[in-house]
Design a protein around this ligand. Sequence first.
Ligand code: AHR
Length: 332
Amino acid sequence: MRSNARIARAFAAAGALTLALTACGGGDDDTSASGDGGDEVVTVGFVAVGPEGGWRQANEANVQDTFTEEAGFELKYAPATNLDQRSQIDAFTSFVDEGVDVILLSATEGAGWEDSLRRAQEAEIPVILVDRGIEPDDTDLYVTRIAPDNYEVSTSVAEWAVAAFPDGGNYFVLEGPAGVSVVNERNQGWDDAVGSAANLVKIGAQTANWSTEEAKSVFETVLRANNNDIQIVFAQNDEMGLGAAIAVEEAGLTPGVDVQIATIDGTKPALEALSEGRLSFVAEYNPLFGETLLDVVGQVLDGEEVEPYIVVPSETFDSPEAATAALPTRKY
Ligand code: AHR
């Protein structure tokens, strides 16, 4: 059980954190948030994914840059070993045993978290899901999830495809790894929106594990097997979309003309490719929500009620001009 002293310490630290943030938010107030939150710090165990691609790097750097010692935190960063869930569960267990004040979880797998989450619940350590959901989605086992809405993001891609191809066309889906929650959510949003457009024909779907190289290999095989008769690619992240563009070019075709490729994430390489016409549509899946996460941690440790899913706003880019205009101010 979490001792009353530790709960009091966490609340005191959160209270100090709130004071520090209030001071920090006071504009010209010279009270710095740096380290004057008192001796107590809020210990945060971050069960992270680790190296995976541009989006993940931006997201995890943003969390680490936000939960600083100056802001009143000790962030214990635990990236997975080779995306392996076992290593995440081990890190999660260690954080519970250490008695951190709060656990942040970006799950490499959607399933298999019940035992870990129950252990945290018994230890009265709140768990906040960062980006990735869990399946089955039992909100009693965690406090909240903070992420853009994958269903809405993939629906925006599907709506672009339906509008761009009024006379229909053949499409292929490059998926993230099987078993990852966002993959199922993105498939659902796309399928629900495209399903009603009878003239868009699904030729197939295959995982390319978020990888440019693997997506190039998968899609060059798909093009050959279908005599290049594919008009649309829905790539569930930027890296895979860029891999598909390379496959199109190596097949002697022109991306943006012969095959239109739409992706999710909104990283700079994707917007650069969109500005050059190699991609046709990019839906941002905004990774930079560290400040929101910090506010929510403070609310949770203060015992406040929070929404079970806190949606991070994201935008879309549907033309080279839009990408070119956005690039100078993109932060990832
Ligand atoms: O969970 C978010 C996804 O994970 C991103 O879309 C992808 O790039 C990352 O690997």
